[in-house]
Design a protein around this ligand. Structure first.
Ligand SMILES: Nc1ncnc2c1ncn2[C@@H]1O[C@H](COP(=O)(O)OP(=O)(O)OP(=O)(O)O)[C@@H](O)[C@H]1O
Ligand SMILES: [Mg+2]
Length: 189
């Protein structure tokens, strides 16, 4: 499973990892859109709202029917996959300054931008992953300043047992607080 805040780089990384491992790449955003597994539109954030029950059923069907390993890519992946079926959850992390740039390139602004940046700063995806699957299956990867190829290599090292699976490797909250910039990110609420 590959999770992380929107725009962190999940899909780019999942694509390359899937091709290297000859695995199936299940992109939850595309799956929900293409198969209309949605329950409405979030007008404020200008996004479709995924119907997580239906996405979950579909993910389980895909897992049952496939002979190959499956890489589930999505920020709500842990909510739609039974923990017993999860081998490892990679939580991608990116420095908020860098992430802000990627989000802005994607057209995120206003509430959608600041909410998602706050989610990264407050470790929301990490917390969700640990709550759903337990700390032993969760592996955080700091992708800040790294190329997709580099990130994929370090994930393969973890999968092959050459590198330790770690959590608690970044502290954006502490960093921004020390720099006196936390308020700049969280003042929008
Ligand atoms: N390692 C990287 N270095 C630089 N840019 C990257 C890297 N990985 C992804 N990007 C760029 O960041 C943007 C977001 O990447 P991507 O679509 O993979 O993110 P995502 O986490 O799947 O987003 P979403 O949650 O919206 O699906 C893209 O423009 C992509 O080209
Ligand atoms: Mg994506």
């Amino acid at each position: 499973m590959i999770t992380g805040t929107p725009a962190v780089g999940k899909t780019s990384i999942s694509r390359l990892l899937a091709s290297k491992l000859d695995a199936v790449h299940a992109n939850l955003t595309e799956l929900a859109e293409q198969e209309k597994l949605t329950s409405g539109i979030d007008k404020v954030r200008k996004t479709l709202i995924a119907d997580t029950d239906r996405v979950s059923k579909r993910v389980q069907e895909i897992m049952k029917s496939s002979q190959r390993d499956i890489i589930i890519d999505g920020h709500y992946a842990v909510d739609v996959t039974p923990a017993k079926d999860v081998h490892v959850v990679f939580v991608l992390r990116r420095d908020p300054d860098e992430l802000k740039g990627l989000m802005e390139n994607r057209g995120f602004k206003g509430r959608k931008l600041w909410e998602n940046l706050a989610a990264e700063i407050l470790d929301v995806c990490l917390w969700d992953a640990v709550s759903a699957c337990g700390p032993d299956k969760v592996c955080e990867i700091d992708v800040s300043g790294k190329r997709v190829e580099e990130v994929v290599e370090s994930m393969i090292s973890v999968l092959e047992g050459r590198k330790k699976c770690e959590v608690g490797i970044v502290d954006w909250l502490g960093k921004l607080e020390t720099e006196g910039r936390l308020h700049d990110f969280l003042k929008h609420f």
